[in-house]
Ligand binder design. Structure first.
Ligand SMILES: [Zn+2]
Length: 286
């Protein structure tokens, strides 16, 4: 259903935004077009989506039951550092044979790719998926204070890169276990947020703890439940977390959580650390 919406000017900004990689800001560039400070375009999605969500919830609970929280795999630091040009990353060597690459537009294609000069392999790149949980407990939200860069010392929802071989829900639960020491049950999807310029997509699930226990993992210095009025909005780690928590609070004020889709675009000329300097474009909600 979302594909039927026409997107206009979706790459109108920049956001340096990586949960677990140590980024190199110098290689990133802005696309300088003006973005309205508030350009949300709410759109109500009909009941078809609601039926889909109910089916999804059943599926999520089933996959949650397969979680082995006692032996979580780690995705925390294994990804290589890369230089983003906004739409592609600079790949200098072939992952298959180690040969050097050339950067050309292959026959029949439209985008420049890294092509191995030895074996001819084309290195196709696709966005990374970041998955996480918004955990509700006694009308409070569980946040983790980061013990790693970037955004050291700032608060985040437990989230991280999805691994090959796991579902989005499994990844969200694994990250929650790794960062917050909490075992959770996924309840429903809450937010799908795209950051196209850096090739990231966030999926945040609503979840609840299946035990009362939580404690900081190796990447967190502290985990704490925050009442909605006490959420540390001035010391959040990333714009995606700010967007997610704002949407959640807005929903709670008027009823119950909905499902949101949106594109996060940082305002041109702002620093990556200025997490409030964004627009949420093409915001759709159920
Ligand atoms: Zn090769």
């Amino acid at each position: 259903m979302l594909r039927s919406i026409q997107f206009l000017g979706s790459s109108s900004g920049f956001l340096f935004h990586r949960l677990k990689l140590h980024g190199n800001q110098s290689g990133l560039s802005f696309i300088s077009i003006s973005a309205a400070p508030s350009s949300r375009t709410p759109l109500i999605i009909t009941s078809n989506t609601g039926r889909c969500f109910r089916q999804f919830r059943a599926s999520s609970i089933r996959s949650e039951s397969n979680l082995d929280g006692t032996s979580p795999s780690s995705s925390s630091t294994s990804s290589p550092t890369f230089r983003s040009t906004g739409s592609t990353r600079k790949i200098n060597f072939c992952q298959l044979c180690g040969g050097s690459t050339k950067h050309e537009i292959p026959d029949g294609e439209e985008k420049e790719r890294a092509i191995c000069t030895l074996c001819g392999r084309i290195a196709y790149e696709n966005p990374k998926m970041v998955v996480g949980c918004l955990i509700e407990h006694d009308n409070k939200i569980l946040l983790c204070k980061r013990k790693i860069q970037p955004s050291y010392g700032l608060w985040t929802l437990p989230a991280g890169y999805m691994e090959i071989g796991e579902s989005a829900t499994e990844g969200a639960m694994r990250e929650t276990w790794e960062e917050a020491g909490a075992k959770v049950q996924v309840l429903s999807p809450f937010a799908h947020l795209d950051i196209p310029l850096i090739g990231q997509t966030y999926i945040i699930f609503l979840a609840k703890m299946t035990t009362q226990h939580f404690s900081p993992g190796p990447e967190s210095s502290e985990c704490r439940l925050f009442a909605l009025d006490d959420i540390p909005f001035d010391s959040l780690s990333f714009s995606s977390m700010l967007v997610t928590l704002n949407l959640y609070i807005e929903d709670i004020k008027v009823g119950k959580p909905k499902f949101h889709y949106g594109i996060i675009n940082k305002r041109p000329g702002t620093s990556p650390s200025e997490i409030h300097a964004y627009t949420l474009d093409h915001h759709l909600r159920t």
